[in-house]
Design a protein around this ligand. Structure first.
Ligand code: GDP
Ligand code: ZN
Length: 356
């Protein structure tokens, strides 16, 4: 396996360079299984574990490797398992609040290039949900594409596409039928060799059917990997980063399907550009859009140029973002400080050039 087709770019090379000099290797996380990982690497598929020191230095779940991460590794003499020393800087990430009341972040997928926001063109069609997933994608640093599936069940396609385009300004919208394999070439062209996509969308929209169509098979063997643990027992786990025969990769994991809001709020601005522009036209800078005179938002709601439900979903998202922001703030400052401390030290290796 060559690194380029696994998505290796100068971005990662820059962060890896000091490690390379010290004789470390690199791999990309295919799946996490309990406290172990399976990686793709130049040497094929490898089991990997983090060091005790890594565990000790971690501030929370967000510091551990996630599907799609590039990790710095080293062989263990006489063992099948390699050791993970560091996670390379992420180009993008999808995350959610970790379980429990804390606002710890859990990364569900890293280094994704394109988010395929899948919706069904059947009774499940929901503009508000599309809006929400767009905000999420922008926030993650990932380019979104809206994929309308089940075109075979849709009688008013043009109308639907228009509705979606009205909330997804500047985003491509494509329609396909995963079952009838219509529009698949367009889908594949979004994922050329070395790029990683993720399928997002609620249950039943056809993500598995799409994944199978892209893989050209629904055989379990393609998705499963068998590995031996330290006691010699075999375990079967499901691949979450999948290599497509057409070149690119997709991440299809259970966690990513239950995605919740997490981010900085920048995505909100991208998605609700029109709403924010309106709010900028109110007479008062600090207008709460309630009873203030010359409120552009109220006016637009009254004359129908701004949709009531669009306004409500904007307010709801904004409240959630604000809440998370307050919780995140303190923690972020501490993590940033530690991150720099950590970057300054790379452990030396005894046997160099193990990875050539
Ligand atoms: P997931 O939950 O998003 O992974 O959705 P699935 O791939 O399991 O699909 C849910 C249901 O929708 C299944 O019964 C599929 O056969 C059906 N389905 C998926 N894609 C299409 C499509 O393009 N057209 C039609 N008519 N049905 C589809
Ligand atoms: Zn106002």
């Amino acid at each position: 396996m060559d690194l380029q087709s696994l998505g290796w770019t100068p971005f990662f090379e820059a962060y890896f360079a000091p490690f390379r000099e010290e004789g470390y290797g690199v791999g990309r996380v295919m799946v996490q299984h309990k406290d172990r990982y399976v990686l793709y690497s130049q040497k094929g598929e490898l089991w990997a574990e983090v060091t005790g020191k890594f565990r000790h230095d971690a501030h929370g779940p967000q510091d551990f490797p996630a599907v799609g991460d590039w990790v710095v590794i080293k062989d263990r003499p006489g063992e099948d398992v390699v050791t993970i020393y560091a996670v390379l800087e992420r180009k993008s990430k999808f995350s959610r609040k970790a379980a429990g009341a804390k606002t710890d972040e859990q990364v569900l997928a890293a280094n994704v290039d394109v988010a395929l926001l899948v919706s069904g063109l059947d009774h499940d069609f929901n503009l508000r949900r599309i809006e929400r997933s767009l905000a999420l994608a922008w926030d993650s640093g990932v380019k979104p594409v809206v994929v309308l599936n089940k075109v075979d069940l849709c009688a008013n396609l043009d109308e639907r596409i228009q509705e979606v385009e009205s909330v997804a300004r500047g985003t491509s919208v494509m329609s396909i039928s995963a079952v009838q394999k219509r529009g698949l070439e367009n889908l594949k062209s979004l994922l050329p060799t070395g790029t990683t996509g993720v399928l997002l969308g609620s249950s039943g929209v056809g993500k598995s059917t799409m994944a199978n169509a892209l893989l050209g098979t629904d055989k379990q063997e393609v998705k499963e990997v068998r590995i031996r643990d330290s006691q010699g027992r075999h375990t079967t786990v499901s691949r979450e980063l999948l290599l497509l025969p057409s070149g690119g990769m997709i991440i299809d994991s259970p966690g990513i399907r239950e995605l919740q809001l997490w981010g900085t709020g920048e995505g909100l601005t991208e998605t609700f550009e029109d709403v924010e522009a309106l709010a900028g036209q109110c007479r008062f800078n600090d207008c709460r859009h309630e009873n203030e005179p010359d409120c552009a938002v109220k006016k637009a709601l009254e004359n129908g140029t701004l949709d009531e439900s669009r306004w409500k979903s904007y307010l709801k998202l904004k409240r959630e973002m604000h809440y998370l922001y307050l919780k995140q703030d303190q923690k972020a400052a501490r993590i940033e400080k530690e991150k720099w401390k950590k970057l300054m030290r790379i452990p030396k290796l005894k046997n160099k050039n193990k990875f050539g």
